[in-house]
Design a protein around this ligand. Structure first.
Ligand SMILES: C[S@@+](CC[C@H](N)C(=O)[O-])C[C@H]1O[C@@H](n2cnc3c(N)ncnc32)[C@H](O)[C@@H]1O
Length: 284
């Protein structure tokens, strides 16, 4: 049983200590397999319709202004978050990288600019986002293989990639299905890098954050004359955060799924954005 492993327990306490370096008054809830299952069922019951019907429509409409829209919605912080995320990623020459929910290939392009001697595969179910992603890759003179597919089933053999990234998308996903798939296609010893807007660990920050999001989404919808689907998602964008995981919970989840050496770094605002790094255990 995972919870009885003394090595994991020590690692977990260490990671919790690192995550809690930012002052918090709320005690983290232990994430057991049953608790994870319950939380995922709850997220599915709330968001299945949005994930299946509205989110695909939103991403049909946004590719052209996706990046600038994020910059406006985040009051300029987006670029900094992405830059910080890519800085955490280690790339050896010759490695194979997979960008999950690659969208406009922002991450893939940055990986190739950081280490040109790697291959990058992008997977996303939105052909519109990937079309824009391919245009951007051409503009930057890099090559990214594109696979259009739902990421709850990754169409790759076991042990395929040295590095996998997932940025700004896990709020829209069923993590109990996607994370085991990521673990399966990662090579033993390979690294998984995750970055997303998370539920802050402290209630006060969460309160401010949800209001900030509400204002940003409304303001962005006005500036870019959002479509009906995007407007229908206005409440969803902050509800998705409220029902998502804190940085500490996400670390626990990665360990439950089978990742090792899990570390998390929070942005300076008490975990509004979290950067996780973890690995698939070596064989033997
Ligand atoms: C907020 S965007 C992030 C994109 C990318 N990381 C970037 O910076 O351009 C989320 C992406 O996740 C994709 N996505 C959401 N649910 C998906 C699913 N179930 N399968 C595949 N892609 C999905 C969307 O199509 C969208 O491109």
């Amino acid at each position: 049983m995972l919870d009885d492993d003394p090595g994991l327990e020590a690692e977990r306490r260490q990671a919790a200590g690192r995550c809690l370096a930012v002052a918090t008054t709320d005690l983290p809830v232990p994430m057991t397999p049953a608790h994870f299952d319950q939380r995922e069922q709850h997220r599915r019951s709330l968001f299945s319709h949005t994930w299946g019907e509205l989110i695909p429509k939103v991403f049909e409409d946004v590719p052209k202004y996706y990046r600038i829209g994020n910059i406006v919605a985040s009051w300029g912080l987006w670029e900094f978050w992405v830059w910080q995320f890519v800085r955490t990623i280690e790339l050896q020459p010759g490695c194979r990288a997979l960008d999950v929910c690659a969208g406009t290939n922002d991450i893939g392009i940055r990986l190739l600019r950081k280490q040109p001697d790697i291959s990058v595969t992008a997977i996303d179910r939105s052909s519109e986002m990937q079309h824009e992603g391919q245009n951007r890759a051409r503009k930057y003179g890099v090559r990214i293989e594109s696979v259009i597919h739902d990421v709850h089933e990754l169409p790759f053999p076991d042990n395929s990639f040295d590095v996998i990234t997932l940025q700004a998308a896990s709020r829209h996903l069923q993590l109990d299905r996607v994370l085991p798939e990521i673990l399966r296609v990662l090579k033993p010893g390979g690294s998984f890098y995750h970055c997303d807007m998370l539920k802050p660990s402290t209630r006060a920050v969460e309160w401010l954050y949800v209001r900030f999001l509400r204002m940003s989404v409304t303001w962005t919808a006005l500036v870019f004359e959002s479509t009906a689907a995007s407007k229908d998602c206005c409440d969803y964008f902050h509800d998705a955060i409220t029902h998502f995981y804190t940085p500490e919970e996400l670390s626990e989840i990665f360990r439950l799924v089978g990742f090792t050496n899990v570390t998390c770094k929070k942005s300076i605002w008490g975990g509004m954005v979290g950067y996780h790094k973890s690995q698939r255990p070596q064989l033997g």
